[in-house]
Structures are given as C-alpha cells and as structure tokens.
Design a binder for this molecule. Structure first.
Ligand SMILES: Cc1cc2nc3c(=O)[nH]c(=O)nc-3n(C[C@H](O)[C@H](O)[C@H](O)COP(=O)(O)OP(=O)(O)OC[C@H]3O[C@@H](n4cnc5c(N)ncnc54)[C@H](O)[C@@H]3O)c2cc1C
Ligand SMILES: NC(=O)c1ccc[n+]([C@@H]2O[C@H](COP(=O)([O-])OP(=O)(O)OC[C@H]3O[C@@H](n4cnc5c(N)ncnc54)[C@H](OP(=O)(O)O)[C@@H]3O)[C@@H](O)[C@H]2O)c1
Ligand SMILES: Cc1cc2nc3c(=O)[nH]c(=O)nc-3n(C[C@H](O)[C@H](O)[C@H](O)COP(=O)(O)O)c2cc1C
Length: 587
C-alpha cells in the first residue's frame, strides 16, 4: 500500500483501488510514486518535486551568478544533483520541481530586485504557491552603505518561509566583500542539505572564462591611461571625463554593453581629514586585511573604504568610543533620525561629532570594509578600438554639512590619474544590456549625461558593420554649448548613416527644464511606430529620477499611440522587457 499522508484527498476505497492498481510496481517505483503523491496532496501542490537541488540566482552585475555557479559546482562535487537557474529566465512556479533550493540574489536601486528579475520577484512575492516540503537557504548580496541592505534576499527568505518551505541554514547577508560570508554560508547550507561528501568551498573557485583572462576582481589588470580629455567646454557646471585605457597584454575582452570596474585609491586630503578626526599621525603600523603590515596612512589610502558611512560602521565606532549620544542615535526608536543624520555625512563626520578618547591604528582600520571597485559603462566598441577600453566619467563633487566632498573613484580618475599612469581594472559583463543579434533591428537609445557612454559603444560597433538598421539616440545634458558629449562623433555617425536619428534635450538652455522624457512625449507617435517595427528600447544613466521618468513617458506613449489602457500599456512594456526589447543600465 502506498503510504499516503493523512490529509491526502482519497477515501479508504480509493486508497485500496490505488494500492491494487499499483500492485504491479516495484518497491522503488511505489516509493517514488508515494513521495510524488504526497507532494501532490496539497492545493497548488508540489507535484513533480524531484530529488534535485535548484540553485536560483538573480543578478545585475554578475556577482550572484558567479557565486550561484560555484554553489552548483560544489553541490555536484558533494554528490547532489544540482541545476542552475536565472530568475530572469524562469518562473517561480518551476520551484515546484525542486526538493531543495539555494537562492543567491542581490539588491539594486533603493531596495529593488536586479534588472530583469522584477517579474519573477513580483510573482513570487504575490504568493500562490505551496512550497511545503521544500528545503532552502538564501545568500543575499548587497552593500551596507545602502539603506535597504540585502532587502531582496531578505524578502525571498521570509516569503519562502511563508509559503511553507523549511529553512535549513540561516540566510547570509553579504556586503561588497562577500567571499568569506559566502563560503561560510555555502558550506553550512550544503551540509544541511545532506551533501554526500565534505564540502570545500574554496575548491570551486571558477576557472577563468577565457584562456588568458586571469585578471579579475581578485587580480585587477594595471591598465595604462592612453588619453584623458575633459568633454565639457569652458563655462560649464559639469565635469565629465573621457578616458582611454589600454588592455594590451591583459587577455581581457569585452562586449559592448559591459562595464569596466575601476579599483580606486583614496585622495591624500581625504585620508588626512580622517587622520585629523581620529587624532592620529598616520605613521602607526597596521596589519591590512588586503596587503599585510604597512603604515596606517598607506593602508587607509589604498585598502579601505574610509568615506561611506553605514549603520555598521557607526555601530563599530560607538562600541569603540563608548559615546552615549551615538548609542541613542543608533537606537531602534531613532531609525528615522539616524537616516536623516547620516545623509551627506561621511566617516570623518562620525569621528568628529562623536570623538573617542584614544584610537589605535588597528582599531581604526578594523572598523572599515575594503575599498569597493566602481563600475563604469564601457563607451567603446572593441571592434573599433582593439585593445582599448573607453569610459565617460562624471566627477562627483558636492558640499555637505559644511565640507567639500568628492566621490572616491570618479575624482581619483579626474584628479589623481594622468596619461601614462596605471589604473587597476577588470571587466564586468552585462548579458542583459546587449545590441540585438541582428543589425537590421531598429534601436532607440535614451542616454542623458554619462548615460550616453554605452551608446557610443553601440553606434561604433554597428558602424564597423555594413547594413546597420535604424538607430535613434535621445541625449540630454545641461547646455548645448558646453555639455553636448561626443557631439562631433554623433554628427559623423549621422553622416555615415550609422546613426539615423538624434534628438537632444538641453535642460538649462531655456527657463523651463527640458528633459529626454519630454522628447519621448513629443515624438510618441514615432516611438510607437519604431516599437511596432520591432525596435529595442535602451535606457542608461541616473536610476533615481531619470529612469523612472523615462519609463513613465514610454508608458504614456504606448498608451496614447497604441490606443491602450494604462494596464495594457504596462503589459505591453512588460512583454518588451521579457523579450529583451526594453533594456536598462541604470545607476
Ligand atoms: C552598472 C554601472 C554603470 C555605471 N556607469 C557609469 C558611467 O558610465 N559614468 C559614470 O560617471 N558613472 C557610472 N556609474 C556610477 C559609478 O559607478 C560611481 O557610482 C560614480 O562614479 C560615483 O562613484 P565615486 O566613487 O566617485 O563616488 P562615491 O565615493 O561612491 O560617492 C558617491 C556617494 O556620495 C554621496 N553623494 C553624492 N552626491 C551627493 C550630494 N549632492 N549630496 C549628498 N551626498 C551625495 C552619495 O551617498 C553617493 O552614493 C555606473 C554605475 C553602475 C552600477
Ligand atoms: N546627488 C548625486 O548623487 C548625483 C548628482 C548628479 C549625478 N549623480 C550621478 O552621476 C550620474 C551621472 O551624472 P551626469 O552628470 O552624467 O548626468 P545627470 O546628472 O544625470 O544629468 C544629465 C541630464 O539629465 C538631466 N536630468 C535631471 N533630472 C532628470 C530627470 N528626472 N529626467 C531626465 N533628465 C534629468 C539633467 O538636468 P539638470 O541637471 O538640469 O536637472 C541633465 O541635463 C547620475 O546618473 C547619477 O547617478 C549623482
Ligand atoms: C546602483 C546600485 C544600487 C545598489 N542598491 C543596493 C541596495 O539598495 N541595497 C543593497 O544591499 N545593495 C545595493 N547595491 C549593492 C549590490 O547589491 C552589490 O554590489 C552586489 O554585490 C551586486 O550583485 P550582482 O552583481 O549579483 O547584481 C547596489 C549597487 C549599485 C551599484
């Protein structure tokens, strides 16, 4: 007799009939069917849940994908049947097939799912699947300097529990230096899932993807600056740099749409301000997490994130300083107050406002995480500039809380790097920001400010081939006279036909602000026509204001010109996204 659970929807007679029917099955077949039916016995069911481990990832810049691939490899080496799935290419309903699940997922924007995984996330969070019987654990990737640290991983973890799945190992919340936390998690999770052999997570470090590409996050390539040009003209309020870097001898390759990660160093005056705030000379010797024994000043300059102020750093400083006021500010009841206080402040403000009596060099560096690399959209086509990679970098400078501030990486490139210098870099692929496979497919590119960078690469790339399809660039910046980035190149491309249409929105050339989305609204009929002809729609640049506004204008255009309701326009755009025809690279 098949061992059905008590709540299985069969009466005694049916159980008997089933037993008879299956009498001819072997014990193994009966046992398999028993588990199958047991899984199927609940509404919404876990039918078909096999004996396999699903490793599911959601990624934007590739970290979660790399870790998920390592997890699957380790699981296989430990005797588990493991399959790797990308949230962008699968549906939550497929989880019904798995008996065990490991999720690796990052958080983007302001607590948002990675680009391309929004639909998966929305559907999954809406519930409606019964995952009882599923054993799982989550590895969340994030950055402690963001307010919603690891939010998406946390959401998955809570929702899995809510849907009845059983957490077998605690969630790991990884900061930008995720290696150690990941290793601990994967070892614990695989053991809890009953991996057959001992797990050695370091054994699954992925092989280099391409022979000779030994340069990567752990070993950035020292790339020579070939050219550095300020793109804005005299009189501008902007500071946008064009940099050309050499990849000669690196074995590194890239595709248009990828980003380049730059490993910066902190500026001397910023290090000095921190040392002053801590009351230290910088000559103290410390053990650096990255590079062993060295002077404090040197360690702070090249190894540590000494500016980004997070709750984690504030808590560490409170424990060291013993400040009662800081403890109060960090109290659970003061979360909103802390959020306001932290805005525009950096670590040096923390040290100034809540001084400690005495600080040792080692105590100071132990508070910090290592200096994270920054990504820049690649602005060149490798076909056009063999062995080179070009960037378009806006220097971040602002005043806050009475002090002049500067972005670490952008001003490292703007102020500290000259032609001939070496900059440590590695390539970060972005599979979801790609030209259509066919050059005949029309493309619409919306890229204000530095958002234009990848479109320089797109148009250059198409220009190297014959028979390019229609391409339309919608660019915006503050002033036509000073801020028309790569103006002459666009004019050349228009002449040659590599670019077929150019619209511009200079926001400060008139009293009223004009932005790229205003051009989309004005030309809604043409946008609609291009979309109906199969165009791919790309957006790059500011994530917080521009990208949502462009999204809204695009929805309006679809609704108005396509004669659709707001919901139908949303569905139309969601379909474009699903088919890779609406792609964004926003930051
Ligand atoms: C996929 C991707 C592609 C990118 N491509 C490009 C590109 O092509 N070109 C480009 O220039 N950038 C690009 N960026 C952004 C880039 O990675 C960096 O984030 C940017 O250069 C700032 O880094 P930073 O080290 O100079 O500044 P940080 O030291 O990281 O400082 C930035 C922080 O300073 C604070 N801040 C900034 N302005 C203010 C203000 N006015 N008031 C208060 N606080 C403020 C904010 O907390 C902000 O997060 C891209 C990012 C991603 C993720
Ligand atoms: N506070 C910050 O942290 C801060 C500030 C600036 C840039 N950034 C970052 O640096 C990146 C690159 O900056 P960038 O100088 O190249 O470009 P940018 O600041 O995005 O500016 C490019 C153009 O976009 C306009 N713009 C402003 N708001 C917009 C909106 N809601 N919709 C459409 N266009 C809008 C700007 O106009 P106006 O300038 O006239 O409004 C300007 O003409 C940004 O994407 C952002 O991530 C950060
Ligand atoms: C523009 C931007 C926004 C981000 N937003 C968040 C956030 O809200 N919360 C968080 O914990 N991490 C945030 N991160 C950090 C990423 O989650 C982190 O870099 C992660 O390692 C990326 O993993 P992925 O490559 O798999 O996408 C953000 C990173 C960038 C560049």
């Amino acid at each position: 007799m098949i061992n059905l659970p008590e709540n299985a929807p069969f009466d005694d007679a049916q159980r008997g009939a089933l037993s008879e029917l299956l009498g001819g099955c072997s014990a193994e077949q009966r046992s398999w069917l028993g588990s199958y039916l047991a899984g199927d016995s609940k509404a919404g069911g876990t039918a078909g849940r096999g004996n396999s481990l699903t490793v599911l990832y959601g990624t934007e810049s590739g970290n979660s994908e790399t870790l998920a691939a390592r997890t699957a490899k380790l699981a296989k080496a430990s005797g588990l049947k493991a399959r790797l799935y990308d949230m962008a290419e699968t549906k939550p309903g497929d989880l019904a097939q798995a008996s065990a699940l490991l999720v690796v997922v990052s958080t983007w924007g302001e607590g948002d799912p990675p680009e391309g995984t929004e639909e998966y996330y929305r559907t999954f969070m809406a519930g409606g699947i019964d995952l009882s019987g599923l054993r799982y654990s989550v590895c969340a990737l994030g950055d402690t300097s963001y307010e919603h640290f690891c939010k998406i991983g946390k959401d998955f973890d809570h929702q899995l529990e809510k849907l009845g799945a059983q957490r077998v190992a605690p969630r790991a919340d990884c900061d930008v230096e995720f290696e150690e936390t990941y290793q601990e998690w994967v070892e614990g999770a695989l053991k809890a899932l009953g991996a057959g052999v001992a797990v050695d997570s370091s054994a699954a470090t992925p092989e280099p993807v391409v022979k000779g590409q030994e340069y990567g996050k752990k070993n950035p390539f020292p790339s020579k600056v070939l050219e550095k040009v300020l793109l804005n003209g005299p009189g501008t309020k902007k500071e946008t740099w064009h940099l050309e870097l050499s990849l000669d001898g690196s074995g590194l390759s890239y595709a248009v749409g990828d980003s380049l990660a730059v490993v910066p160093t902190n500026a001397g005056d910023v290090v000095q301000s921190l040392l002053d705030a801590a009351g230290m000379s910088g000559e103290e010797e410390v053990e650096s997490k990255l590079s062993g024994k060295k002077g404090l000043r040197e360690a702070l300059t090249s190894d540590y994130d000494i500016t980004a102020l997070s709750r984690k750093v504030a808590k560490a400083w409170q424990r060291h300083s013993g400040s009662v006021e800081l403890a109060e500010l960090l109290g659970d009841e003061n979360k909103e107050k802390f959020k306001k206080w932290i805005w525009g402040r950096q670590v040096m403000d923390l040290l100034r406002e809540f001084p400690a009596e005495k600080t040792e060099g080692q105590q100071l560096v132990d508070m910090f995480r290592t200096l994270p690399p920054r990504l820049y959209s690649i602005a060149s086509s490798p076909r056009e500039h063999e062995g080179e990679v070009h960037l378009t970098v806006a220097a971040v400078r602002y005043e806050s809380n009475g002090f002049q501030r500067k972005g670490v990486a952008s001003t490292c490139l703007a102020d500290m790097v000259e032609e001939g210098d070496l900059v440590p870099v590695f390539v970060t692929p972005n599979k979801r920001f790609r030209l259509p496979e066919s050059d005949a497919v029309p493309i619409i590119m919306v890229g204000p400010g530095t958002g234009v960078a990848p479109f320089r690469a797109f148009v250059e790339d198409r220009a190297t081939r014959d028979g390019s399809g229609p391409s339309w660039l919608i660019f915006g910046d503050q002033h036509f006279t000073y801020d028309f980035l790569y103006q002459l190149e666009w004019q050349d491309h228009l002449k040659s036909g590599a670019l077929t249409k150019l619209d511009v929105a200079f926001s400060r050339d008139q009293r009223e602000k004009i932005y790229v989305q205003d051009r989309i609204r004005e030309k809604a009929d043409e946008i609609w026509q291009w979309l109906e002809e199969g165009a791919h729609f790309y957006v790059c640049g500011d994530a917080s204001r521009m990208a949502p506004d462009v999204h809204g204008a695009l929805l309006e255009a679809i609704a108005k010109e396509g004669g659709r309701s707001a919901e139908e326009a949303e569905a139309y755009l969601a379909e474009l996204k699903k088919n890779g025809r609406y792609q964004r690279d926003v930051y």
